[in-house]
Design a protein around this ligand. Structure first.
Ligand SMILES: C[S@@+](CC[C@H](N)C(=O)[O-])C[C@H]1O[C@@H](n2cnc3c(N)ncnc32)[C@H](O)[C@@H]1O
Length: 336
């Protein structure tokens, strides 16, 4: 049966002071599977650690503290995240260099920084807690705000643009493909009937009313899948993942670690497929030139969060850590 995980990202937020009012604007994000990621990074060679989804730099800071031979290139498309990360890493001076860009521009960012090879990289996919918790960002079905959902506030299209202009087929396809939503057609019809829709609370209520009463009582908040799907479409999250992951793997040094944290089935399928492709020899028998010259030098790894962490941090429940280690140089593999 197909894996139909939906991210558990949107749980009631816990602010610095322990309150849960959800209007805390400080960047508070509990990094998922931190111990496992730090342990992998600690075994990486000296060099550059690329964090493709820097967020508030929770993972990045811990990795730099655990391994004194690493310096960081951190990418994020969200200027608020970069500002928070900049503050968090300020005392590390030139060990940390931050770039505002989408992670599919990682080759350009690394070339600009004069970096060729990587000791390791991390993609911690999806949204951060502050993106969800700040109502004005418009990601949340729990906190009413403008229907926005752009990770990059200069992005061309908001969630309101999509919801108010897309035809029924497009809406239903987005909800089904990116949210695994069973009632995609019904929800798309309800959205079209209620246009224009400008607020997240309005959309959440339309979704609740559109699905059968029995289905509203199972599987968490009924609008969870719709919001996830629209967010993925607006931020083009899945189309850029495969090529970016391939580009990062190409740059892994011997001993280097490439890590990806996925939270829902769409991003997990792409990640699994890239890692499987890169660690499998697809060369037809008898052909001298290998399709994937480095397949034998890449060892896959996969982990889930511990029960303890899942109990402490519900965001970890849907998380999968996937990755690979480059165990030998490409040239050595080809010579073998
Ligand atoms: C789950 S958070 C990362 C949290 C971070 N690991 C930490 O410990 O604080 C994901 C971050 O990735 C960013 N992001 C998501 N997709 C991106 C993309 N395609 N390019 C660049 N940044 C992206 C988001 O803006 C968000 O800040």
């Amino acid at each position: 049966m197909a894996d139909q995980r939906v991210s558990d990202n949107e749980i009631p937020p816990v602010a610095h002071d322990g309150s849960t009012d959800g209007r805390e604007h400080e960047f508070v994000h509990d990094p998922v599977m931190l111990a496992e990621i730090v342990a992998e990074a600690a075994d990486a060679p000296d060099g550059v650690w690329l964090d493709c989804t820097l967020g508030g730099a929770g993972h990045a800071r811990a990795v730099l503290e655990a391994h004194g031979g690493l310096r960081l290139i951190g990418l994020d498309r969200d200027p608020d995240a970069l500002a928070a990360a900049g503050e968090r890493l300020a005392d590390l001076g030139d060990r940390a260099e931050l770039h505002r860009c989408r992670f599919d521009a990682l080759d350009r960012a690394l070339d600009d920084a004069g970096v060729d090879r990587l000791a390791g990289f991390l993609f911690d996919l999806g949204v951060s807690s502050p993106q969800l918790d700040v109502a004005e960002r418009g990601f949340s079905f729990r906190h009413d705000g403008p229907l926005d959902m752009r990770m990059d506030p200069d992005g061309a299209r908001t969630a309101a643009d999509l919801v108010n202009t897309a035809d029924h087929g497009t809406l239903a396809r987005v909800l089904s493909r990116y949210g695994d939503e069973r009632f995609a057609g019904r929800i798309a019809s309800a959205i079209i009937d209620h246009r224009p829709i400008t607020r997240t609370a309005e959309l959440a209520e339309i979704v609740v009313q559109a699905i059968p009463a029995a289905a509203r009582r199972t599987g968490g908040h009924p609008a969870k899948r719709t919001f996830q799907a629209i967010r993925i479409e607006i931020n083009d999250e899945l189309t850029v993942l495969g090529p970016a992951l391939d580009a990062a793997i190409d740059r892994l040094d011997t001993g280097g670690r490439g890590l990806v944290l996925t939270y829902h089935s769409g991003e997990d399928r792409i990640t699994k497929s890239v890692i499987r492709d890169r660690t499998t020899d697809h060369t037809p028998v008898g052909l001298a030139v290998r399709h994937e010259p480095d397949f034998a030098a890449l060892r896959p790894l996969a982990r889930k969060a511990s029960d303890d962490e899942c109990a402490r941090n519900p965001r970890a429940r849907s998380a999968r850590l996937r990755g690979l280690v480059r165990t030998a140089a490409v040239d050595a593999t080809e010579a073998a």
